[in-house]
Ligand binder design. Structure first.
Ligand code: GLV
Ligand code: MN
Ligand code: MN
Length: 412
């Protein structure tokens, strides 16, 4: 069996999908359930139909495209990722794992291979937290990690509930049916860009992921008192933005102070109310994203942030309230899938680095219900979540080849 990846076709599909965007090229913005996301989904389904895959969508819009195996009752081998993109993103995050998986399936079809276990491409809904505040909504629901009650409470910033939005987008089936039955997948493999600099730095083309770091996020509200920027004297002020500034630095320091390279903390959103040049900020919303490969250390950082928030609130006479949006455990990848990936790399004489994923992925949640691992390809300068994100055609093709080989091995 000779597997040949059609690199030009795969690259032209990546470009075609990048053109379905709400941002001007080279940036890509594709927020879940917007008209642009729905257009991208429709485009992807046509590509899957062209490959003669059997398509199914669940109530949250997770899209399954199955190459039915000779023993169709056996659990499938799954592969895939997401196509939603944060504001001002690049074109590879998630997309490489979806279109790479599709090309891996087509390459296997062209090679004459026939799987015994079905091979299923899975495009997850809302891996990115942009619209509803938490990421991986599709894979959380598939794995039963997010309760239906909690999912129903999710709202976007315009107050639309997830339930309303998904129904409007054409996904009206019962939420209850999203969770996958036990043993649905024999194994799951996600191809993804590394989103960090290690592979490029080490000049190693591929990474085999052995574990995925534990993410957590907080929405923090700081209530001070507003007023006239000229008239309120400095000793009388309770400026919520100044309190937020202190808290942002305390969050950064709490991660730095852990001393571990794997501890990271980011404040990515700061909304100031009323947001007028001559008005003292009365209210600020922040989001904090805190991650670590070590759960205990991650939780200690969160504790330090809470203590800092209490001290700042007392000293500045403001109220600080924080709401935990998510606090997930890390994932250990499955030795059998790590082995299959490693063997496929060796078969094609490709060097690989066993590595940790510091970004989260839908695999974090799928690993709760199926043996899962990931394959990383290098991205230039480690850039991701920005328009100049870039992975070379050769690396994308290599990753796709190893993915195809791995799917073949696991589906026999
Ligand atoms: C996923 O996009 C992440 O933020 O890790
Ligand atoms: Mn992302
Ligand atoms: Mn991603």
């Amino acid at each position: 069996m000779k597997i040949e990846v059609d690199q030009p076709k795969l690259l032209s599909e990546i470009e075609a999908l990048a053109a379905i965007s709400d941002a001007e090229a080279p940036a890509v913005t594709r927020i879940v359930f917007t008209p642009t996301d729905l257009k991208a989904r429709a485009w992807l389904k046509v590509r899957c139909q062209e490959a003669a895959l059997t398509i199914r969508e669940d109530a949250i819009g997770n899209t399954f495209a199955r190459w039915i195996g000779s023993d169709s009752k056996l659990p499938a081998v799954g592969t895939g990722s997401h196509i939603d993109a944060i504001p001002n993103a690049g074109k590879y995050d998630g997309v490489v794992g979806v279109l790479g998986a599709l090309e891996a399936i087509r390459a296997l079809q062209r090679s004459g291979f026939h799987p015994r276990h079905s091979i299923e491409l899975l495009m997850f809904t809302a891996e990115e937290p942009t619209r509803f505040g938490i990421g991986c909504i599709g894979s959380r629901l598939l794995s039963g990690t997010l309760s239906l009650e909690a999912a129903r409470k999710l709202k976007d910033s315009d107050g639309n509930s997830l339930d309303e939005v998904r129904e409007k987008a054409g996904f009206a089936a019962k939420f209850e049916a999203v969770k996958l039955p036990a043993n649905y997948y024999k194994a799951f493999v996600e191809l993804h860009i590394e989103q960090g600099p290690l592979l490029e730095r080490e000049k190693i083309p591929l990474g085999v992921v052995t574990s995925i770091a534990a993410p957590a996020s907080l929405r923090i509200t700081i209530e001070g008192s507003g007023g006239h920027a000229g008239a309120v004297l400095m000793p009388d002020r309770h400026d919520s933005l100044c309190a937020a500034a202190e808290l942002i630095l305390a969050i950064e320091n709490s991660a730095r102070a852990s001393g571990a390279v794997d501890t990271v903390a980011t404040v990515g959103i700061c909304e100031v109310f009323p947001g007028a040049v001559n008005s003292i900020p009365s209210r600020v919303h922040l989001t904090a994203d805190i991650r670590d490969t070590d759960l205990k250390r991650r939780d200690e950082v969160m504790q330090t942030i809470e203590t800092a928030a209490r001290a700042i609130a007392a000293r500045r006479g403001v109220a600080i309230h924080s709401e935990l949006l998510n606090a997930d455990a890390p994932a250990q990848c499955a030795p059998a899938v790590i082995d299959a990936l490693s063997q496929s790399c060796r078969k094609h004489n490709l060097n690989f680095l066993p590595m940790v994923s510091r970004a989260y992925h839908d695999s974090l949640f799928i690993s709760r219900i199926a043996p899962t691992a990931m394959l990383f390809i290098a991205c230039r300068n480690g850039y991701s979540h920005r328009p100049d994100e870039y992975a070379s055609p050769e690396d994308i093709a290599r990753g796709t080849l190893v993915l195809a080989e791995t799917l073949a091995a696991l589906s026999q």
